[in-house]
Design a protein around this ligand. Structure first.
Ligand code: AMP
Length: 397
């Protein structure tokens, strides 16, 4: 259990509550194309409204790089959030975030009112955790609530700096849920525990592999990162993704798995293509059979079976990274097979954020998983065993 104070431990009646949310949603032509993160924020917001708090919400959106960018304004989020909450969310459109609009709106608030500040990354200090902006944010409120798991792995003004200038800093329900699910899965799992890692690169998941080898019974490696492991075993991988600088590391990890008695599985067959394209020529080859001119873009049918079989008796599964280039339909079968296997088993299934979460949702398996994290980078750093600064900054219980 998370040892941090939460919204259940405070009384916000009549108080101004600054809530750091993760409203970093994808936008297309000013329209929100995936509102999962807004929906995920609602339990905390509804609780604080019901308790009579005056809610001042803040979030970043995209990467405006420290200056106002109209296409990255949070205005569309205020509009949609008003609908989802069934009450007005007043948008305080100050380019400097804590400006005259925000201050006037905050002063005029009644209990249960909600306002939303402009994109915190309009301010260059935000990502540098600068003192001035942190103080300005703190000056708006009596209490601070951090419910933005998606940025918990970063120390910025709006999630870490601000806590130095408020007496009370607690976490929200989403943050609590994320940490409880991920924490239990990794540190207190019901066994057997299986981790599935995929995605493009070994280099971005080095510490995750290393840390998980201390925890799991089985480690499944698919996706682009598998080829570096195959090459480390002396097999040809043709034009597949290969990180030659990480061959020794891959060997080391295979040795570590043996030492720890971890069942490390890599693909036994591969769907290869003669071009990085859905319309390329495609065939399936056995391990060691990837020729020059061909690249592996998905796991093959025997591997799908092998991985599904390894998942059958699992009681806890953590999945981060697709098994192939699932964005192209001809290379999605491996990722679909793993999602199907997870949907069928009687286990706690935790999906890391980012691409894996997108894949599971896009493929229609979202409601079959125990928990889909809202944070890609944050869940990855959690799986690395790191302390997340956004969580550490909240008051201890
Ligand atoms: P990551 O952000 O590291 O989880 O990587 C996700 C990306 O890896 C997705 O966009 C996939 O298309 C890509 N990917 C998965 N398998 C492969 C592969 N075999 N070759 C190239 N890219 C891959």
């Amino acid at each position: 259990m998370l040892n941090k104070k939460s919204v259940d431990d405070i009384n916000v009646k009549g108080k101004k509550v600054l809530v750091r949310c993760d409203f970093n949603v994808p936008l297309q032509d000013g329209k929100i194309t995936d509102e999962n993160r807004l929906v995920a924020a609602l339990p905390t917001l509804k609780k604080l409204i019901a308790d009579g708090g005056k809610l001042i919400l803040c979030s970043h959106l995209g990467k405006p790089k420290g200056e106002p960018k109209p296409e990255l304004s949070l205005a569309p989020v205020a509009a949609r959030l008003s609908e989802l909450l069934g009450q007005e969310v007043k948008f305080a459109a100050d380019d400097n975030v804590v400006g005259p609009n925000a201050k006037a709106a905050a002063d005029a608030m009644q209990d249960g009112d909600v306002i939303l500040l402009q994109n915190t990354r309009y301010r260059a200090e935000e990502t540098k955790n600068g003192e001035e902006f942190s103080k300005e944010l703190a000056s708006l409120c009596d209490v601070f609530v951090n419910d933005a798991f998606g940025t918990a792995h970063r120390a910025h003004c709006s999630n870490v700096g601000v806590t130095q200038f408020v007496d009370t800093a607690v976490v929200g329900y989403l943050m609590q849920k994320e940490i409880d699910f991920l924490g239990n899965a990794v540190n207190n799992p019901e066994r057997p525990m299986v981790a599935i890692l995929g995605g493009a690169k070994v280099s971005s998941k080095i510490s995750v592999i290393n840390n998980l080898l201390d925890k799991v019974d089985t480690l499944i490696i698919g996706g682009g990162m598998a080829y570096t492991f195959m090459k480390a075993l002396g097999e040809e991988v043709g034009d597949s993704l290969l990180e030659a600088d990480y061959l020794d590391y891959a060997k080391e990890m295979m040795d570590k798995a043996k030492e720890k008695g971890v069942n490390l599985l890599i693909p036994v067959d591969t769907v290869v293509a003669d071009d990085f394209s859905n319309d390329a020529n495609i065939k399936t080859v056995e391990r060691g059979g990837i020729e020059a001119g061909w690249q592996g873009l998905d796991i093959g049918p025997k591997t799908r079976e092998l991985f599904a079989d390894a998942l059958k008796d699992a009681k806890t599964v953590v999945w981060n990274g697709p098994m192939g280039c699932f964005e192209m339909p001809n290379f999605a079968a491996g990722t679909i097979a793993v999602a199907e296997a997870l949907a069928e088993i009687d286990a706690t299934t935790i999906i890391g954020g980012g691409d894996s979460a997108a894949a599971v949702n896009q493929l229609g398996f979202g409601d079959k998983m125990t928990h889909i994290s809202t944070g890609g980078g944050a869940s990855l750093e959690f799986l690395e065993g790191k302390e997340l600064p956004g969580v550490a900054a909240a008051n201890d219980k």
